[in-house]
Design a protein around this ligand. Structure first.
Ligand SMILES: NC(=O)C1=CN([C@@H]2O[C@H](COP(=O)(O)OP(=O)(O)OC[C@H]3O[C@@H](n4cnc5c(N)ncnc54)[C@H](OP(=O)(O)O)[C@@H]3O)[C@@H](O)[C@H]2O)[C@H](O)CC1
Ligand code: K
Length: 488
């Protein structure tokens, strides 16, 4: 199964490479349009409906003309509306329009009256400015209740690279794209317009990817299954890592959730360090948790001195005092692996250079949500994907930018987009569980980029498993079932 995501520029390079390999552009367009027609038939349950195909002035419109021909040949009543002048069509789009022998109307909202399906072939990869005028009016007209929309490549108005809606875009029931998906198919707000995504094979050989060097992937177990830690038959707990968590004194729930998640995901031992005032709360929470009282950062450093304590989690519920700050710096200097989350971002607002000097590197995973991200990295511009990638390069650490479309970026430029998280996960304590999951994987020696990807995916899968009504406490309890379900 392919996991590459290609930017618009990479997709144009793929087209050129395919054509250089002897596949004519018109053949790619023919297969693209056929795939669109096939998905239209599937969307309508095989029963012909009056269909309106709105074609734009470029090759996205060309795909629409090809689909028109195939649907008409299948006995469908097809009306084609063109945005722009037919004689201005060029190249493969002009060829596709010539092959369509039916009428071509001027694209206008009136065309949609009586339609049972609309195919949006106005703009795809070539969108370069916000929709206005007639294109905008058409998008607004597509929003009729009960009128299904099938989008070609991307819903028109969506920029393929960044997932931004330029002016307006229809909310499609199905989007048919070609060869590989684009970032917009997975990034919000665009993803909310895509509907069911179909990636059609249009005969481009996978070998063209060698010269493209894709760096963006969808997050999926096949990427990290082989690295997923499994206990050795003759192993003992110290071979499964020893995680260390700094627990706060007031907000004790956060670190308890993280600790429970880390234990569930197989960390051999989990030590929770806290001030004596909170010791009882943590001790009573889980018999399998080791609780170590400390009175200051020196006490935390003593715990770090044991080389078996190989992975550290700092931030959830830890407060923004000196203890967290010093524990972070000591952990970085000690060369541990770990996760930095929650209160860490307030404690080190704008202090990236301090962290780098202390030794922040790609053994560490930073897990901010948007607000926390801005605290450490400032107001970066660009898509979530661009910003996570930039932040990873700047910090030298793996950055997992949380959201419905969680993005995981490595400082070397690789990026994965997670897409299995249900909205039910947007609840208190959910992030603490995620950081505990990643911690467990780091403790067991997993590569941090894979650990972050695996943690995000398992978190999403646990959310799906629990379903509506879940609370954060349910997520660690779902881990054994999710592991079993997925043969992990
Ligand atoms: N392998 C593949 O993926 C294949 C993809 N195909 C299809 O080709 C399109 C990309 O085609 P392209 O011609 O490059 O671009 P578009 O059709 O998306 O749009 C270009 C034209 O649209 C005008 N434009 C852009 N933005 C706007 C706007 N906001 N308002 C009005 N007009 C706009 C642009 O005009 P300019 O004034 O900028 O010149 C162009 O005229 C891809 O998406 C697939 O659907 C192939 O069929 C097969 C292989
Ligand atoms: K489109």
């Amino acid at each position: 199964m392919a996991h590459e995501i290609l930017t618009v520029a990479q997709m144009y390079s793929v087209d050129r490479a395919a054509m250089q390999a002897g596949i004519p552009g018109s053949l790619l367009m023919e297969r693209a349009g056929m795939a669109v027609a096939r998905e239209a038939i599937i969307l309508c349950g095989g029963r012909p409906r009056p269909v309106v195909i709105l074609c734009g002035p470029g090759n996205n419109g060309g795909d629409g003309f090809v689909a028109a021909r195939h649907l008409s040949a299948a006995g469908w009543r097809v009306r084609v509306g063109l945005l722009g002048d037919r004689v201005a069509l060029r190249g493969d789009a002009a060829w596709a329009a010539e092959c369509w022998t039916g009428c071509v109307d001027v694209a206008s909202p009136d065309l949609l009256s009586g339609a049972g399906l609309v195919i949006d072939a106005m703009f795809g990869a070539g969108l370069n400015r916000p929709l206005e005028g007639q294109a905008l009016a058409l998008v607004q007209a597509m929003a009729q209740p009960g009128l299904p929309v099938l989008a070609v490549d991307v819903p028109s108005g969506i920029h393929g690279d960044n997932g931004v809606v330029l002016g307006a875009a229809p909310v499609a029931d199905v989007t048919v794209s070609f060869f590989r998906p684009k970032p917009a198919h997975y990034l919000y707000p665009a993803r909310g317009h895509v509907g069911r995504l179909v990636i059609a094979d249009i005969g481009i050989p996978d070998t063209v990817l060698a010269s493209i060097g894709p760096t963006i992937q969808t997050n999926d177990p096949t990427l990290w299954r082989a690295q997923f830690p499994r206990p050795a038959v003759t192993g003992h707990k110290y071979q499964r890592g020893h995680a260390l968590i700094l627990g706060g004194t007031v907000m004790t729930g956060a670190a308890r959730l993280s600790a429970r998640a880390a234990l569930r995901l197989g960390a051999g031992l989990v030590t929770l360090a806290c001030e004596p005032a909170a010791q009882l709360v943590y001790s009573l929470s889980m018999p399998s948790l080791i609780v170590q009282p400390i009175t200051d950062a020196g006490g935390f450093s003593e715990l770090l001195a044991d080389p078996r304590r190989n992975a550290v989690l700092l931030g959830p519920g830890a407060g923004t005092g000196a203890l967290l700050r010093e524990a972070v710096l000591a952990s970085l200097r000690a060369g541990k692996a770990g996760v930095l989350d929650a209160d860490f971002f307030s404690s080190f607002a704008g202090a990236l250079s301090t962290l780098r000097q202390a030794g922040l590197n790609d053994r560490w995973v930073l897990t901010p949500h948007e607000g926390e991200f801005a605290r450490l990295f400032g107001p970066l511009t660009g898509s979530r994907l661009d910003r996570a990638r930039h932040a990873a390069a700047e910090s030298g650490a793996v950055v997992l930018l949380k959201g419905p479309d969680t993005v995981i970026a490595h400082p070397d430029g690789r990026v994965r987009v997670n897409h299995n998280a249900p909205p039910d996960l947007a609840i208190a304590g959910s992030g603490d569980v995620l950081s505990g999951l990643i911690l467990a994987l780091l403790a067991q020696g997993m590569d941090p980029f894979d650990a972050a990807s695996t943690g995000a995916w398992l978190h999403g899968a646990a959310g799906q498993y629990c379903g509506r009504g879940l609370i954060a406490e349910d997520l660690p309890e779902a881990v054994p079932a999710v592991l079993k379900q997925n043969n992990l």
